[in-house]
Design a protein around this ligand. Structure first.
Ligand SMILES: [Zn+2]
Length: 85
């Protein structure tokens, strides 16, 4: 294998501004489900250093949705939670 190969997994070009690089960080995600607003803090994501756009992995997305569904089922109007890894 050549030496020029780079591991792209940890850093990727932003799809929105096509300028910035996305780096691992934490974001606050808010979701609206009917009457319920769910805000989840400290969600691990890839964050663009240029425009701030963030990307969640499939695992994290799934977990975020599960957390949201749980809050919705409790019937809360606004639920502010912390993402637990
Ligand atoms: Zn960007």
């Amino acid at each position: 294998m050549g030496e020029g190969l780079e591991n792209e997994a940890e850093s990727m070009k932003c799809l929105i501004c096509k300028n910035g690089e996305s780096n691992p960080g934490y974001v606050t995600v808010s979701l609206q489900r009917g009457e319920t607003t769910v805000i989840i803090k400290s969600v691990p994501a890839m964050v663009c250093d240029n425009c701030g756009e963030y990307y969640l992995s499939e695992d994290v997305t799934e977990k975020v949705l599960n957390i949201a569904e749980e809050a919705v089922s409790k019937g809360a109007e606004v639920e502010i939670l912390r993402f637990a890894a």
